[in-house]
Design a protein around this ligand. Structure first.
Ligand code: GLA
Length: 389
């Protein structure tokens, strides 16, 4: 058991006088394929070494008692009156996940839970999906429900929709729950078929650069982007009834049916159609060991997200532009929903210290914000800690 889990176990025992079950569920990165999941395209995520940890045990009554150890906050609610909480966000991820059991007709019991996490919040690393997956997985164990992982992924996603109000795709919860050490996951978000692709590149590391801009715009703009994509599909469908999502749409169809009607909707959907194609080619690059070609596609994704999908911000653009001509940086782009959070960079390991020595002061001087960085390794998805160590 690592130090985080050990300390969590001790706090739980101090608070609730019994031994908890402990589940670890990681944050995620995504190599390429952004804003494609809810358009039934592909994504290429992986679970990382930063994770949410939930210590939990059942109660004898029908109450849920929660503690967020890092924030030093408590929250309680009865299982018969579950509903989203307005002013604080973290209980929603746990309560929303518990609510999914009731919605499936699975009898829920009261429980105590203590949460801690080293996934930075608002950094685009899916700290909320990590908590949702940890909760669903832990309750499945305690209630002995026997759910398979894919069902749990969908329940965790529903918690985000219904309790956090973000109409997210399936990528984050899928990556957290299904991650595999040293592999990225090529996920078809339409059929949910997936394939693990080895991702261990000699001398190259995944470097995350955190703008420290909290993506506060993210949820409303996210839902707007989703609607714009749906609008494009609706217009194409008027002429081509077989169309289901942007996955089925071609550039030619956009030229004919979307561009003449609305320039913004056209730009949004054009980015998605291009990105789905880019991921397919990028995946082939990875499988062929053509890492530079993949890196170039990451830069192209960034440009699309920034100029066409318009979910970037000046801090993210600064960080990508600053490494664009650096030979040690194979590829870089903003990652996740956007409007803040991290860029993901594939960087030659030997050059990381030198890069940070120049980039950090330049960023901090220009943006008046700290620049933090993490070198990520790719780890297993959600697991029961008590059993594994
Ligand atoms: C957020 C959502 C995901 C996905 C990304 C963008 O992380 O939760 O479902 O849509 O944004 O790729």
């Amino acid at each position: 058991m690592n130090t985080i889990a050990k300390q969590l176990q001790e706090s739980f025992i101090r608070m609730f006088k019994e031994e908890p079950l402990i589940v670890r569920s990681p944050g995620r990165v995504n190599i390429i394929g952004e804003h494609t999941d809810y358009n039934e395209g592909f994504v290429l995520p992986a679970a990382i070494d930063k994770a949410a940890y939930l210590a939990i045990s059942l109660r004898q009554d029908e109450e849920i008692h929660l503690v967020a150890q890092d924030l030093k906050e408590n929250f309680s609610i009865g299982i018969n009156s579950l509903k989203p909480v307005g002013d604080i966000s973290w209980p929603n991820y746990i309560v929303g996940s518990a609510a999914q059991f009731l919605k499936r007709g699975i009898p829920l019991k009261g429980f105590n839970a203590v949460l801690t996490s080293d996934v930075p919040i608002g950094a685009g690393l899916s700290s909320s999906a990590a908590v949702e997956c940890a909760t669903v997985f832990a309750l499945n164990e305690l209630l002995q429900t026997g759910l398979d992982r894919m069902t749990m992924v969908k329940m965790a996603q529903k918690a985000e929709h219904e309790y956090a109000g973000v109409m997210c795709g399936i990528m984050d919860q899928f990556a957290s729950m299904m991650g595999k050490k040293d592999h990225v996951i090529k996920l078809d978000c339409r059929s949910l078929a997936y394939e693990y692709v080895p991702f261990k590149l000699e001398g190259i590391k995944i470097l995350l650069l955190n703008t420290n801009v909290k993506h506060s715009l993210a949820s409303s703009e996210y839902n707007t982007r989703r609607k714009e994509c749906e609008q494009a599909v609706a217009w194409v469908k008027e002429q081509e009834p077989g169309i289901h999502s942007l996955r089925d749409v071609t550039i030619d169809m956009l030229n004919k049916y979307v561009w003449p009607r609305d320039e913004t909707v056209d730009r949004r959907s054009r980015y998605v159609v291009q990105e789905i194609e880019r991921l397919t080619l990028g995946c082939q690059d990875l499988q062929n060991g053509e890492i530079n070609a993949l890196g170039n596609k990451m830069f192209a994704t960034h440009d699309g997200l920034s100029k066409m999908y318009e979910v970037s911000c000046k801090e993210l653009d600064f960080l990508v532009d600053a490494v664009r001509d650096n030979d040690a940086v194979i590829g870089a782009r903003m990652m996740g929903g956007g409007f803040g959070g991290c860029t993901i960079n594939l960087v030659k390991e030997a050059a990381i210290d030198g890069l940070m020595a120049t980039l950090k002061p330049a960023y901090e001087m220009k943006m008046n914000l700290p620049l933090t960085h993490y070198i990520s390794s790719i780890e297993e998805g959600t697991l029961l800690i008590n059993d594994h160590v």
